[in-house]
Design a protein around this ligand. Structure first.
Ligand code: TYM
Length: 335
């Protein structure tokens, strides 16, 4: 809780590619629903992004594009603190302190590390291994009560909770122990081509994902090509994972319940379902896409936001870091 008695949210997205519909429905949409109730810190986590190879110029562009997408999706920059992770040096510092309290075995168990290390054996760097500790530092610096994320971050969030408890027990009450917040139905949006895998911006098959910033025709084409099954009836079951995923997306975007959608398509085929669904998705994304384009032409405005954001974030982060340094026995700086 902050000094005004409001609970605090922290969440972040890596500027390591284009934002997908999975990012939007798994995380950003929750942020927009929660922003009025909580004090929110939202970050473009560029330090996490460099755990896999990045082109410097592309990374810079993607960081700004991500900020524009946050705002285009409805995150209010006046009300929330939006900042670039590397602008607040306390993240790297708390990361180090927490690394010294994290067991190798805990990091070895992380499924995302196992998956990513399979994909990038040539660049198996230590940063990729300690990535979840930096994520814990992000969250704990702001004394966050709630962390709205997709399902794939559950294990990382567990570590953040564990480290908060470990530190509190070893020294004294220092960190809030954060809870996760996972949206119903869309905490794991699946690939449109391989519905047993997560929708991911790093998928080599671009028909598997929908990008917030692609054109309408492409989105419609991808939905129409989405893999379903040969059953031919619109049901919501695990035997029809492709369809189940499409219904979840349709439901989240239209705010219709799953039951309503299944009923609407009783006796109709997948063609009618996909056609309507594509229309609903495109309609929803249209205003986001228009706003995004407009914002990207207003770089000065975006710069003001991330400068102000980092200044605000740093004050809060420093307060926590000072407390941590004091407790672990560092001599305070007198200069
Ligand atoms: P990242 O950048 O991979 O994804 C950003 C957010 O989108 C969610 N997400 C999904 N949700 C549902 N279905 C999907 N297919 C899907 N794909 C992605 C992610 O769960 C995430 O919420 N480690 C984080 C970034 C991070 C962070 C943090 C998050 C760094 N520090 C502190 C919260 C708090 C990540 O890689 O997200």
């Amino acid at each position: 809780m902050n000094e005004q008695g409001k609970k605090v949210i922290f969440s972040g997205v890596q500027p390591s590619g284009k934002m997908t519909l999975g990012n939007y429905l798994g995380a950003i949409k929750s942020w927009t629903n929660l922003q009025n109730e909580y004090e929110c810190f939202f970050s473009m986590v560029d330090m996490h992004a460099i755990t896999v190879p990045q082109d410097p110029e592309v990374l810079r562009n993607q960081t700004i594009e991500l900020l524009a997408q946050f705002i285009a999706c409805g995150i209010d920059p006046e009300q929330n603190t939006i900042f670039i992770q590397s602008h607040v040096h306390q993240h790297a510092e708390l990361n180090w302190a927490l690394c010294t309290m994290t067991y190798m075995g805990e990091l070895n168990r992380m499924t995302q590390f196992k998956d990513k290390s399979k994909k990038s054996e040539a660049n198996l760097n230590a940063g990729l291994f300690t990535y979840p500790v930096l994520m814990a530092a992000d969250i704990l610096l702001y004394q966050a009560d709630l962390v709205p994320v997709g399902d794939d971050q559950k294990q990382h969030l567990e570590l953040a909770r564990e480290l908060a408890n470990r530190f509190n027990n070893k020294y004294s009450e220092t960190f809030v122990v954060p809870d996760g917040y996972f949206p119903k139905g869309t905490a794991r949006v699946m690939s449109l081509q391989e519905p047993l895998n997560k929708m991911s911006k790093s998928d080599s098959n671009e028909n598997g994902y929908i990008l917030l910033a692609e054109d309408e025709k492409t989105t419609i084409k991808k939905i129409k090509r989405a893999v379903t099954d040969s059953i031919g009836e619109v049901n919501y079951t695990d035997e029809q994972p492709g369809l189940k995923n499409l219904i979840n997306i349709y439901s989240a975007i239209s705010d219709k319940t799953v039951e309503d959608i299944v009923k609407m398509y009783e006796g109709k085929g997948y063609g009618a379902f996909k056609g309507d669904m594509a229309e609903v998705v495109v309609e929803k994304l249209r205003s986001i896409r228009e706003k995004y384009k407009y914002l990207l032409e207003n770089r000065d405005y975006l710069e003001q936001i991330y400068v102000k954001g980092a200044q605000k974030a740093e004050v809060r982060a420093e307060k926590t870091l000072k407390d941590v340094y004091d407790k672990i026995g560092f001599i305070p700086r007198k200069f």
